[in-house]
Design a protein around this ligand. Structure first.
Ligand code: FAD
Ligand code: FES
Ligand code: FES
Length: 1362
C-alpha cells in the first residue's frame, strides 16, 4: 500500500490540500470479504457506480440516485473506537462517495448468499413469503434487513418498520415483505402449521378470525414458515481479519484522491482540517454527502475540493457538559438518536424535554440509511429552510462551536444564525466543530412537529419547535416558537412570542397567539413550495397542539389551569405507528388435486431477485466497444427551435458524437397509434422534456455532463398546461389530427331528459383527479446492438411491448421489421408506463447505435424518466345526476376531460375505458357520458394500471357520495341500493351475467364488521373534535379485454428438448406480476410435468411475433390460452407414446417420440371470441367478462394538520378460480396500495409554465411501509369460477387498484364530520388526491378562517392543478 503516513498538517498546508494534480493515495476497502485496492479513486464516483460498473456487482440497484428509494442499500462495517466493536449499518450506495470508504468493509446482496451457493435466510424468507414481485427493490430490502440483524439478531417488528423507512416497493404493498421478515423477529410470524407456545393460528382459528362463516375449504396460509431454513446469527460472515489488522495497525493518516475534476482531502486531525478550510474556504465539508451528493447530481454543482472530516475524533465526540450534551458535528443522526434515547432513559424527565423533541423529529427524518450517515453538522450547515432539526436547535437555545485556524468561538443558534437562504453566520474559513443540546429546565415544556405529505421519509411542508418556560405556575416567562417552511430560513415567530410573555396559559393567550401568528407568519402567495394558505394555517394549528399539550401537562403537575376539553384531547396525541397485521384468505385446493394450478406458488424468479442474481436490462455486462447515451431535452413547454449548438458539448471529455433529427435514417414521425410525435424534435418543442437530441460518450457521466452543455435557442410560444386552460381554448383532440371543440366520444343510453324529469332531485358537481407517476423502480432502459449486416439491430429493452418497440425502431431506421429483434428478460415494474413510452428512448438509442455502428446503452435517471415519459392522465369530471327520494339514481350526464399532453399516444382508448366505467357498479337507466381529450403542452400521458377506468369510476363515486349527502342518508345504503343486479345491462348494452358484486359486497360487510364499525366511528366522532374517523365501502366492476378488439390475441411457442426439458415462450412480458410463473403453471398442468422441467428465458420478437402489449390485465387470459393451445398440441402428439408405455417417464415418451420423428415444437394461438363494439350504434361486445371487488376502509384524520391514518381495510375480490392465490393476492394488495397512492398521497406539481416540479422520491411520494392499513384483510371470493378464461380464472392486475377509493371516501366521510362541527353540511367538492393540504383546508374551522387565501388571479402560483 502507498505510504499515507505523511499525514502532517504541514503536508496538508503545502501540498495535499492545494488541489494540485499530485498523486492520489490508494483507496483500500473490502467488498464481500475481498480486498479492493483502487489507485484512481475519483471523488465524484459513488459506491453504487463502482460496484455496478467496475466490480460487476449488479445486484445493488439504481432506483433514484438521491437516497429516496433504498434500491441501492448495502451494508458498511467499521470497528468503532474506542471499543473496537464492529458497527454494521445500512447505507445508500448511490450517495456514498467511493472515497469515503477507506478501510471500510462493504457487504452487498451478492455477499450474503446466492441461489447457486446458499441462500441467506433473509433472502429466502422475503422470496418465499411472496415479498418480491418485480424484484427491483428486493436486494435493498434484503440488505436493510440483513444490516438490522447484524446489529440485533432479535429485532422487534418496530425495528423492522424503522429499518424499512427508506425502502420503497411499488409492487407488493409491503405486507408480504413484513410478513416474511416477521419470522425473524421476536414477534414471530406464521409458524406454517408447526405450532408455537400459544398454538398454531391455523389450528386455533386466529388466522380466520374475521371469517364470516364456518368455512372448511378456505386457506389462510400463503407460505409455510416451517420450510424456512433456520436463522443462525453465529454463522454470519466475519469482519475481514486483514482489514481489522490494517485498521489496528494504521497510524492516523491523511488521504487525498484526485479525480477528473475534483479532489478529496481526508485530514486526520482537527488542526489539519481547519488549515485546509482556511486554505480552501469554498471547499465542501462532506460527511454523509446526503446534501452535497444531491447538489452535484441534480443541481449540476461542481465542488473542486472536498474535505472529509468523518474520522476526526473531536468531530465525533459526545460529551456531557454542565448544561447538556455536546455532539461533534460529524456525529451521525443515528448516533445522536441512540445517545439521546439513552439520556431519556436515565435522566429525570424534566431534563430531557429538548432531547425528546429532537427524537420526535428524528423519528420522521429521512430513512435509516440516510440517518446512518448524515451528520448533525451537515443538517445545520445546509441551512435548509425546511430542516427538521434546526427549529428545535433554535427554539431551545442550542449553541455551536466554530473554529478556524486562529481559534474557536461559541455562538447561540438564535435569530442571527441563519442569515439568508442556505446561509449561516459561519464564516467560509470556519468549520462547525460541535453543537451543545441543553437539558431542559423544570417548568420548561418543549414540543416539535413535522408535517409532510407522507409521514415517513419526506421533506417537511412545515416543521416547528416550541419551547415555553413558566414562572408562578402558568405565567409565561420565556417562549420560543420556531418554524421551518415559512421563510427562506428557519424562522422564529418572535413578535408573537414576545406578546405572550407574562401572560397566563389559557384561552385568552391562545386566541391572541393565533391572531398574532396569522399576522406574523405570512407567505407570499407565489412562495416556492406552494400550499401557502395551508402552510400559514399549519403554523397556528401546530401552536394549538402545543397549547393543548402544555395545558394538559400543567394540569398533570397540579397547576391550576383551564381544563382541556375531553373532546380536544386527541388533538395533542403524537402519532405512534401500530404494527400492521394482515389476513389473506382464499379457496383451498380441492382434495385430490395434485397439479400446481391454484397453488400459492412462489414467483419463479423470486429467489434470484433476493440474491441479486436476476439480470435486468442494465445489469447486462457491457460490450467491449459499448457507448452511453444521454438525452438533450426541451426546457420550454411550447417553442420554436431557433438553433441547436452542440459544439461545446462535443469538446467534452469522452464525447463520441451528438445525435439529432438529421441522423434518423428512416422516419422521424413516430407514435404508437397515431404518428403524431417526433423521435427528435427539429422545428418545434411542445412540452418540457421533449427530446431534441442526444450525446453519446464513453461513460454515462461524460454523456450526461456533455448533454447539459448543448445549447438550444427557442422562440417561446404560449403554452396550454391545465385542463381549465384547454377547455377555455377549446383545445380537444379529435383523433384525425384536428383540434376542435367536440368530445371525441359520446356514450349514451336511455332518455336523459325523461330521466331528469323523473328524478325527485337533480344535483350537479365536479371533481378533479390528479395524475400519477408510474414510479416503476427500474427506470426506462435500452441497449441497442447493431449486428453489422443487413441493417440488423438487436435491442434489449425494459418494455411491456416488444412488438411495438420493434415496429417503431424499424420505422426509425428505415428497415423492415424482420431486421429488428427486441428481447425482454424482465422489467423492474411497468404498470402501463412501459407499454408505449419506452419507445421514446428505444428509438433514440437505436438511431444512435445505427449512426455509430456500436452498441449504445441508456438507462434514464429517475428525474429524466419522470420528466420525459408522462404518467396517468389527470381527469376533470363534471356531472349532473338525477335521483329519487329513495336514493335510486335515474339519470346521469357526465363529461370527462383528460389532460392528454402533447400527443395522442393511447389517450383515446383510455378515455373510452373511462366512459365504459362511468357508472362503476351502478345501474343507471338514462345516461350520457362524453369524453374530451385536452391537448396541452405537457409530456404525453399514457397507460397506467386501470387505463382510465379508475378515473371514470372515481367520478361515479363522487356523484354517488353527493347523492347520499344531499339526502342525508348513509352512503353505503345508497350505494347498495344502486348496485347492479344479475341480468342488468351496462350503458354500452352488455348484459351482466355471473355477477358476483352482491356476494363481494355482503362478504365485505361481514368480514369488516361494517355496521359495528359505523357505530363505533360515529361514537368516536361525537367524542373528538380535532380527530375524526371515517368509513366507506366501495365496489368495483372492471371490464376485461383490450377495448381495441384486434389486440385480444396471443401466441406461444413451446419446445420440448430430447432430455425432456421444456422451453416455453409466449407473447407476454414479465414485469413482476408473475405472468411467467402462471404460464409455467398452465403448461405444467397441460403437459402433466412438474414446473421444474419448464423454463421461460425471455420474450423475444423472433420467437413469438406480433404480440400485443402486456397490458389490460388480460395477459394471463390471452397468453395462458395460447400456451394451453400449444401444450395441448404437444400433449396430443405424445399421447400415443404414453399409451404405449404407461409406466414410462416423461423423458421416455419424449425420447420415443423424437426417435419416431415427431415434431416436439408447437406454437399456440388464441383470440378472445365475439368481441367488437361500435360507439355509433352502441352495440357489440366490449368486454369478455368483468372482475368484481368490494373494499371497506376506516381512516382517522387529524383535522388540524390534514394527516391521516389508514386504520383498517377489508377487500373481497372475485378472481375466479385463482391460478395462483399468492400472486393474485399480491396483485390485489399491490394494486390497492398503488391506488392508495393515487387517491391519497401522490401529487405531481407543475409550474404554470408546464415544468414538472416533482421529479424524484424526494418530492414525489409513493406509499411507504407506514401507509399500509393497520389491519388489512384480503379475501378471494370462493366458488366463483369464470368460464371465460383459462382454468376458470379471472384477470386481476388492474381491477383492485380502484378499491383504494374506499380510503378516499372514508377520508371524505371524516372530513364531512369535521365540517359538521363548523356547521357545514351537504355535498362538497373534494378533489383527488386527498392530500394533507386538501384534508386540512376542507375541515374549515376557526384556524383556517384566520388565513384567507389570496385572490385567485392576483398572483402567479408556484404550481397549478393540471
Ligand atoms: C433522501 C433524503 C432525505 C432527507 N430527509 C431529510 C429530513 O427528513 N429532514 C431534514 O431536515 N433533512 C433531510 N435531508 C437532508 C440531509 O440528509 C440532512 O441535511 C443531513 O443532515 C446532511 O448531513 P450530511 O452529513 O449528509 O451533509 P453533507 O452533504 O455531507 O454536507 C452538507 C453541507 O454541510 C456542510 N458541512 C457539513 N459538516 C460541516 C462542518 N463540520 N463544518 C462546516 N460545514 C459543514 C457541507 O460543506 C455541506 O455544505 C434528507 C436528504 C436526503 C438525501
Ligand atoms: S438508488 Fe439509492 S436510494 Fe434510490
Ligand atoms: S417488487 Fe418491490 S418494486 Fe417491484
Amino acid at each position: 500500500m502507498t505510504d499515507t503516513s505523511t499525514d502532517t498538517a504541514a503536508r496538508c498546508a503545502s501540498g495535499s490540500g492545494s488541489g494540485s494534480r499530485s498523486r492520489s493515495d490508494q483507496l483500500v476497502f473490502f467488498v464481500n470479504g475481498k480486498k479492493i485496492v483502487e489507485e484512481k479513486a475519483d471523488p465524484e464516483t459513488t459506491l453504487l457506480t463502482y460496484l455496478r460498473r467496475t466490480l460487476g456487482l449488479t445486484g445493488t440497484k439504481l432506483g433514484c440516485a438521491e437516497g429516496g428509494c433504498g434500491a441501492c442499500t448495502v451494508m458498511l462495517s467499521r470497528p468503532q473506537p474506542p471499543t473496537g466493536r464492529v458497527l454494521h449499518y445500512a447505507v445508500n450506495a448511490c450517495l456514498a462517495p467511493l472515497c469515503s470508504l477507506h478501510l471500510v468493509a462493504v457487504t452487498t446482496v451478492e455477499g450474503i448468499g446466492s441461489v447457486a451457493r446458499k441462500l441467506h435466510p433473509v433472502q429466502e424468507r422475503i422470496a418465499r413469503a411472496h415479498g418480491s414481485q418485480c424484484g427491483f427493490c428486493t436486494p435493498g430490502f434484503v440488505m436493510s434487513m440483513y444490516a438490522l440483524l447484524r446489529n440485533n439478531p432479535t429485532p422487534k417488528m418496530a425495528d423492522l418498520e424503522e429499518a424499512f423507512q427508506g425502502n420503497l416497493c411499488r409492487c407488493t404493498g409491503y405486507r408480504p415483505i413484513l410478513e416474511g421478515f416477521k419470522s425473524l423477529t421476536v414477534d414471530g410470524g406464521c409458524c406454517g402449521g408447526k405450532g408455537r407456545n400459544n398454538g398454531c393460528c391455523l389450528a386455533n382459528g386466529s388466522a380466520a378470525e374475521t371469517s364470516s362463516q364456518e368455512v372448511t375449504d378456505e386457506s389462510a396460509c400463503l407460505f409455510r414458515a416451517a420450510d424456512f431454513a433456520p436463522f443462525d446469527p453465529t454463522q454470519e460472515v466475519i469482519f475481514p481479519p486483514e482489514l481489522m489488522s490494517l485498521i489496528t495497525n494504521q497510524r492516523p493518516a491523511s488521504l487525498r484522491f484526485h479525480g477528473e475534476r475534483a479532489t478529496w482531502l481526508q485530514p486526520c486531525s482537527l488542526h489539519e482540517l481547519v488549515l485546509l478550510k482556511w486554505k480552501h474556504p469554498d471547499a465542501k465539508v462532506v460527511v454523509g454527502n446526503t446534501e452535497v451528493g444531491i447538489e452535484v447530481k441534480f443541481k449540476n454543482m461542481l465542488y473542486p475540493i472536498t474535505l472529509a472530516p468523518a474520522f476526526i475524533p473531536e468531530l465525533n465526540e459526545v460529551r456531557h457538559t454542565e448544561d447538556g450534551v455536546l455532539f461533534g458535528a460529524a456525529c451521525t443522526l443515528s448516533h445522536m438518536g441512540a445517545v439521546l434515547r439513552e439520556e431519556v432513559q436515565t435522566r429525570p424527565a424534566h431534563q430531557t424535554q429538548v432531547f425528546l423533541a429532537v427524537l420526535e423529529q428524528l423519528r420522521w427524518f429521512a430513512g435509516l440509511q440516510i440517518r446512518n450517515v448524515a451528520a448533525i453538522g451537515g443538517n445545520i450547515m445546509t441551512a435548509s429552510p425546511i430542516s427538521d432539526l434546526n427549529p428545535v436547535f433554535m427554539a431551545t437555545g442550542c449553541k455551536v462551536e466554530l473554529m478556524d485556524k486562529d481559534g474557536s468561538r461559541v455562538i447561540p443558534m438564535d435569530n442571527a444564525f441563519f442569515t439568508g437562504y442556505r446561509k449561516t453566520a459561519v464564516r467560509p474559513q470556519e468549520i462547525l466543530v460541535s453543537i451543545e443540546i441543553p437539558y431542559s429546565k423544570k417548568n420548561q415544556f418543549v414540543s416539535a412537529f413535522k408535517q409532510s405529505a407522507r409521514r415517513e421519509d419526506d421533506i417537511s411542508i412545515v416543521t416547528a419547535a416550541m419551547s415555553v418556560t413558566f414562572c408562578h405556575g402558568d405565567v409565561v416567562e420565556d417562549l420560543k416558537l420556531s418554524y421551518g417552511g415559512m421563510a427562506a430560513t428557519t424562522a422564529m415567530a418572535s413578535t408573537t412570542a414576545r406578546s405572550l410573555l407574562g401572560r397566563r396559559w389559557g384561552e385568552e393567550l391562545l386566541q391572541g397567539a393565533c391572531r398574532s401568528l396569522a399576522k406574523e407568519m405570512t407567505l407570499d402567495p407565489s412562495a416556492p413550495g406552494g400550499m401557502v394558505t395551508y402552510r400559514r394555517t399549519l403554523t397556528i394549528s401546530l401552536f394549538y397542539k402545543f397549547y393543548l399539550t402544555v395545558l394538559q401537562k400543567l394540569r398533570d403537575q397540579g397547576i391550576s389551569v383551564e381544563a382541556v376539553q375531553p373532546n380536544c384531547l386527541s388533538a395533542a396525541d403524537l402519532h405512534h405507528p401500530e404494527t400492521p397485521s394482515g389476513v389473506q384468505v382464499f379457496q383451498a385446493m380441492p382434495k385430490g388435486q395434485n397439479d400446481v394450478v391454484g397453488r400459492p406458488m412462489m414467483h419463479l424468479s423470486a429467489l434470484k431477485h433476493a440474491t441479486g442474481e436476476a439480470v435486468y436490462c442494465d445489469d447486462m455486462p457491457m460490450y467491449e466497444n459499448e457507448l452511453y447515451l444521454a438525452l438533450v431535452t426541451s426546457s420550454k413547454a411550447h417553442a420554436n427551435i431557433l438553433s441547436i449548438d452542440s459544439s461545446l458539448a462535443e469538446t467534452f471529455p469522452g464525447v463520441i458524437s451528438c445525435v439529432f433529427a438529421a441522423d434518423i435514417p428512416g422516419s422521424n414521425a413516430t407514435g404508437p397509434v397515431y404518428s403524431d410525435e417526433t423521435i427528435l424534435a427539429d422545428r418545434q418543442v411542445t412540452c418540457v422534456g421533449h427530446i431534441i437530441g442526444a450525446v453519446v460518450a464513453d461513460t454515462q457521466l461524460h454523456a450526461q455532463r456533455a448533454a447539459k452543455a448543448v445549447r438550444v435557442q427557442y422562440e417561446e410560444l404560449h403554452p396550454l398546461v391545465t385542463i381549465k386552460e384547454a377547455i377555455a381554448a377549446q383545445s380537444f383532440y379529435q383523433g384525425n389530427g384536428t383540434i376542435q371543440d367536440q368530445p371525441i366520444r359520446t356514450l349514451q343510453r336511455g332518455d336523459l331528459e325523461a330521466g331528469f324529469k323523473q328524478a325527485d332531485r337533480v344535483i350537479e358537481g365536479e371533481m378533479h383527479i390528479g395524475g400519477q407517476e408510474h414510479f416503476y423502480l427500474e427506470t426506462n432502459v435500452t441497449l441497442a446492438v447493431p449486428r453489422g449486416e443487413d441493417g440488423e439491430m438487436e435491442l434489449f429493452v425494459s418494455t411491456q411491448s416488444a412488438s411495438k418497440t420493434q415496429s417503431l425502431v424499424a420505422k426509425a431506421l428505415g428497415v423492415p421489421a424482420n431486421r429488428v429483434q427486441v428481447r425482454v428478460k424482465r422489467m423492474g415494474g411497468g404498470f402501463g408506463g412501459k407499454e408505449t413510452r419506452t419507445t421514446v428512448l428505444s428509438t433514440v438509442v437505436a438511431v444512435a447505435a445505427n449512426k455509430l455502428k456500436r452498441p449504445v446503452r441508456c438507462m434514464l435517471d429517475r428525474d429524466e424518466d419522470m420528466l420525459v415519459t408522462g404518467g396517468r392522465h389527470p381527469f376533470y369530471g363534471k356531472y349532473k345526476v338525477g335521483f329519487l327520494k329513495s336514493g335510486k339514481v335515474v339519470a346521469l350526464d357526465v363529461s370527462y376531460y383528460s389532460n392528454v399532453g402533447n400527443s395522442m399516444d393511447l389517450s383515446l382508448s383510455i378515455m373510452e375505458r373511462a366512459l365504459f366505467h362511468m357508472e362503476n357498479s351502478y345501474s343507471v337507466a338514462n345516461v350520457r357520458g362524453r369524453g374530451f381529450l385536452c391537448r396541452t403542452n405537457l409530456p404525453t400521458n399514457t397507460a397506467f394500471r386501470g387505463f382510465g377506468g379508475p378515473q371514470g369510476m372515481m367520478v361515479a363515486e363522487s356523484w354517488m357520495n353527493d347523492v347520499a349527502q344531499s339526502l342525508e342518508r348513509p352512503a353505503h345504503e345508497v350505494r347498495r341500493l344502486n348496485l347492479y343486479m344479475e341480468g342488468e345491462s351496462t350503458p354500452y348494452n352488455q348484459i351482466l351475467d355471473q355477477l358476483t358484486l352482491d356476494r363481494c359486497w355482503d362478504e365485505c360487510l361481514s368480514r369488516s364488521g361494517f355496521h359495528e364499525r359505523r357505530a363505533a366511528v360515529d361514537l368516536y366522532n361525537r367524542k373528538n373534535r380535532w380527530t375524526k374517523r371515517g368509513l366507506a365501502i366501495v365496489p368495483t366492476k372492471f371490464g376485461i379485454s383490450f377495448t381495441a378488439a384486434f389486440l385480444n390475441q396471443a401466441g406461444a411457442l413451446v419446445h420440448i428438448y430430447t432430455d425432456g426439458s421444456v422451453l416455453l415462450t409466449h407473447g407476454g412480458t414479465e414485469m413482476g406480476q408473475g405472468l411467467h410463473t402462471k404460464m409455467v403453471q398452465v403448461a405444467s398442468r397441460v403437459l402433466g410435468i412438474p414446473c421444474s422441467k419448464i423454463h421461460i428465458s425471455e420474450t423475444n420478437t423472433s420467437t413469438v411475433p406480433n404480440t400485443s402489449p402486456t397490458a389490460a390485465s388480460a395477459s394471463s387470459d390471452l397468453n395462458g390460452a395460447a400456451v394451453h393451445n400449444a401444450c395441448e398440441t404437444l400433449h396430443r402428439r405424445l399421447e400415443p407414446y404414453k399409451s404405449r408405455n404407461p409406466k414410462g417417464s416423461w423423458e421416455d415418451w419424449v425420447k420415443e417420440a423424437y426417435f419416431d420423428r415427431v415434431n416436439l415444437s408447437a406454437n399456440g394461438f388464441y383470440k378472445t371470441p365475439d368481441l367488437g363494439y361500435d360507439f355509433d350504434s352502441n352495440s357489440g361486445r366490449v368486454f369478455n367478462y368483468f372482475s368484481y371487488g368490494v373494499a371497506s376502509s376506516e381512516v382517522e384524520i387529524d383535522c388540524l394538520t390534514g394527516a391521516h391514518k389508514n386504520l383498517s381495510t377489508t377487500i373481497v375480490m372475485d378472481v375466479g378460480h385463482s391460478l395462483n392465490p399468492a400472486i393474485d393476492i399480491g396483485q390485489v394488495e399491490g394494486g390497492f396500495m398503488q391506488g392508495l397512492g393515487l387517491f391519497t398521497i401522490e401529487e405531481l406539481h407543475y409550474s404554470p409554465c408546464g415544468v414538472l416540479l416533482t421529479r424524484g422520491p424526494g418530492s414525489y411520494k409513493i406509499p411507504a411501509i407506514g401507509d399500509i392499513p393497520t389491519r388489512l384483510t384480503v379475501s378471494l371470493l370462493r366458488d366463483a369460477p369464470n368460464e371465460k378464461a383459462i382454468f376458470s380464472s379471472k384477470a386481476v392486475g388492474e381491477p383492485p387498484l380502484f378499491l383504494a377509493a374506499a380510503n378516499f371516501f372514508a377520508i371524505k366521510d371524516a372530513v364531512a364530520s369535521a365540517r359538521g362541527e363548523s356547521g357545514l353540511s351537504g355535498p362538497f367538492r373534494f378533489d383527488s388526491p386527498a392530500s394533507t393540504e386538501r384534508i386540512r383546508m376542507a375541515c374549515s374551522d376557526q384556524f383556517t378562517h384566520l388565513c384567507p387565501p389570496a385572490e385567485p388571479g392576483s398572483f402567479t402560483p408556484w404550481s397549478v392543478q393540471v
